[in-house]
Design a protein around this ligand. Structure first.
Ligand code: HEC
Length: 321
């Protein structure tokens, strides 16, 4: 291996290229990623301003592995046609690019989560899915010309892991039900999903929450309509993605007035007329670095004015329906 250097990320495309440096490079990168994910796991505290700045490129960088990865099987298949073999020759190089992009996105994703104060099961799963995807991608790349029998399986595994990783990431940024909320009923049945929650969930997720209009402000917090006009849209926007029928975190559902008033695992979330005893109010006031703070995982928090709106409603007896 005369020209191979340990930092050379592109093993040359030859029938049986030397493996050493590529194996070393991918293994070292992967080990570093695992150490970060395990030892320096995102803990919900914000750590570094610069880290956050760089980390916020993660949603941009993730497009790299997605775009490159889908090309690989396409090139492999198209390259089987007589006269199109040059496409197959390109697949190996594109796969190396995919791996490089995957590691870049994974490291930056870890940086975003660690420095930005992210935490929670969704974040952890997404992080480890990314770690596994990077490994599968590197394994596919290394076996492509050296172990052709294992290559298709590893490529398929990498593709599957990519879809899973991307789905988990999408759940973090768009809420759990972003794709399925508006899915036609027929398709839901085919996929074995429960029927869509009626009314407010679907409407609230897709419709923009209108800014309260001056006229509506006049609604008295004592009036049951205050809940549906002022309070419910806020919960729909910031809370229901996690507190919904499919995923009632903490045992709490916020997709309807009745469910909200049932409370969660720790008891009532809203105690009519009593702000101090309302766990929901305690949580929305906590700094986002606190483990109990809501909404967790980077969903749009309530503004101070919005919190006041919810407080007026609870103080006036938390009527609704
Ligand atoms: C990204 C997911 C997510 C979002 C968004 C979210 N929550 Fe939660 N919530 C959780 C998880 C996970 C728990 C359980 C863990 C805990 O107790 O911190 C929880 C628990 C709670 C509980 C305690 C339930 C109990 O009895 O244990 C309340 C109250 C609550 N959330 C209120 C809210 C409010 C209000 C919002 C919107 C402003 C919100 N949550 C948005 C994930 C979320």
């Amino acid at each position: 291996m005369p020209s191979a250097r340990p930092d050379d990320p592109t093993p040359p495309e030859r029938p049986s290229p030397p493996a050493g440096s590529a194996v070393f490079l991918w293994a070292a990168l992967w080990a570093a990623l695992v150490v970060l994910a395990k030892r320096v796991a995102p803990d919900g505290s914000e750590h570094s301003g610069l880290g956050q700045f760089i980390g916020r490129f993660h949603p941009l960088l993730v497009h790299g592995p997605v775009a490159f990865m889908v090309l690989v099987p396409l090139l492999e298949l198209a390259g089987r046609r007589p006269g199109w073999s040059h496409l197959r020759a390109a697949a190996g190089w594109i796969l190396v690019l995919t791996c490089a992009a995957a590691f870049l996105a994974a490291f930056d994703g870890w940086l975003l989560a660690w420095s930005g104060g992210y935490r929670g099961r969704d974040v952890t799963q997404h992080l480890w899915a990314g770690v596994l995807f990077s490994a599968a991608c590197a394994a596919a790349s290394l076996t492509r010309s050296r172990l052709p029998a294992a290559y298709p399986t590893l490529l398929a595994a990498a593709l599957g892991l990519l879809i899973w990783t991307a789905h988990l990431g999408g759940s973090i940024s768009h809420g759990d039900g972003f794709l399925t909320d508006t899915m036609p009923a027929g398709l839901r049945t085919v996929l074995g999903l429960p029927p869509a929650a009626v009314g407010p969930v679907a409407a609230g997720k897709s419709a923009k929450v209108p800014a309260p209009k001056a006229g509506l402000r006049s609604v008295n917090p004592d009036n049951p309509a205050f809940y549906s006009v002022h309070v419910e849209p806020l919960f729909q926007r910031s809370c229901v993605s996690c507190h919904r029928p499919e995923k009632h975190k903490g045992g709490l559902r916020m997709d309807s007035y009745e469910q909200l008033m049932k409370g969660g695992d720790d008891g009532p979330a809203v105690v009519p007329g009593n702000l101090k005893k309302s766990d929901l109010i305690r949580r929305v006031h906590l700094p986002s670095t606190d483990d109990d703070s809501m909404p967790s995982d980077g969903d749009k928090p309530l503004t101070p004015e919005e919190i006041q709106m919810v407080e007026r409603w609870i103080s006036a007896g938390a009527k609704g329906g």
